[in-house]
Design a protein around this ligand. Structure first.
Ligand SMILES: [Zn+2]
Ligand SMILES: [Zn+2]
Length: 362
């Protein structure tokens, strides 16, 4: 079994003759000998050399004559091509392969690079139908834009003040006692009663429990035989067997102690209390359609006070074509307008934006 050998093959670079037996040192077609460019490779079908032949190979690599490039057997002292001494050797078969490797690898890489863009290129989608759709869309958008401009473009109008109105209000707050509750009593609160209630739960270790846990480990359960053919550099390959450990995953169970927790309620004092607070009570209002707004009068009880005030002033304009526009405006501007008087207004998007050169803030 040990030391099985296989005859390699080589290609002649001068006449395209391929698959020549490695032990045939000269090309059978053109007669050129194996040289520094010769690379042995394994045949498709492995056929072992007979024992006698095998014994003569795998003892040393061929060497290259530096004068004529011919490959010579390891034990030859002179080149069989030109007779030069082995001391003039330019290197072994392996040295030749190493020299050839680098340019080869580069060539392989550039080939891959040029191939990539081709595979990445995607077919361009047909464009004809999309173009028509684009034009239709463009027209629709243009129509919408024109309509928007027509609606929202500011328009000036000569009008008359048709009506005015005003509204004023004052919130009234009352100081009242309210019932509230919580985990503490704020300043001013008067406790009426308390209870003990669950405020939160605490996780407390109760006991330990034994549980089965599945685990796994890698176990070697034999070897796989891997066969490799090593280039002897003399036209033959040696068969080398490697024993590769093979692994499987084994499952097993282990007992483990796991903590078990219980929820334990934690009690605390919960307070119910009375507290005095200012709260909204009512809103006093006044309104009118005249020119003299006033604040509503307040009749405050001893536990009441005045809160927020609010006010609004509106005016309605009418055009010659009986179109009406109403607007809420500041009091000082409202005061300058009187019913029946003419007014220049600007309307934008259906809203009054300017009155007699005064621009309204939005
Ligand atoms: Zn040849
Ligand atoms: Zn030679």
């Amino acid at each position: 079994m040990a030391d099985r050998k296989v005859e390699g093959l080589w290609d002649c670079k001068y006449c395209q003759c391929k698959g020549i037996g490695g032990l045939t040192k000269e090309c059978p077609q053109c007669g050129h000998p194996q040289d520094a460019d010769t690379k042995f490779y394994m045949p498709g079908t492995v056929r072992y050399l007979d024992e006698e032949t095998a014994a003569r190979y795998g003892k040393g690599e061929d060497w290259t004559c530096s004068y004529c490039d011919t490959l010579n057997r390891y034990n030859e002292t002179h080149c069989k091509g030109c007779g030069a001494s082995r001391s003039e050797s330019s290197g072994s078969y392996t040295d030749n392969q190493r020299r050839r490797m680098d340019p080869r690898q580069n060539a392989a890489q550039t080939r891959q690079e040029t191939r990539q863009p081709v595979s990445n290129a995607q077919p361009e989608p047909a464009r004809g139908g999309g173009k028509k759709l684009g034009i239709v869309f463009g027209v629709i958008i243009a129509v919408i834009v024109i309509a928007m401009i027509a609606i929202f473009a500011p328009r000036d109008a000569a009008t008359k003040v048709e009506a005015k109105s005003w509204y004023r209000s004052i919130d009234v707050e009352a100081y009242v006692t309210v019932e509230e509750s919580g985990w503490s009593v704020p300043y001013g609160g008067r406790t009426t009663y308390t209870t003990e209630e669950v405020r939160y739960y605490e996780e407390v270790l109760d006991h330990y429990e034994d549980v089965q846990v599945q685990r796994s480990r890698r176990v070697q359960d034999g070897y796989d035989t891997q066969i490799e053919y090593v280039d002897n550099g003399d036209g033959t390959f040696s068969e080398v067997e490697h024993q590769i450990p093979r692994y499987t995953t084994e499952y097993y169970y282990e007992w483990e102690s796991e903590p078990v927790y219980v929820s334990v309620p934690v009690y605390d004092t919960y307070y119910y209390y009375d507290i005095d607070k200012w709260l909204p009570d009512r809103t006093e209002e006044a309104s009118g359609t005249d020119d003299t707004p006033y604040w509503p009068s307040l009749n405050l009880a001893s536990n009441e006070r005045e809160g927020d005030r609010s006010e609004s002033y509106s005016v309605t304009f009418v055009t010659e074509k009986s179109k009406r526009y109403a607007a809420y405006i500041p009091e000082n501007l409202w005061n300058t307008l009187s019913i029946g008087q003419g007014a220049e207004i600007t309307v934008s998007g259906g809203k009054v934006t300017q009155i007699n050169d005064v621009v309204l803030s939005r």
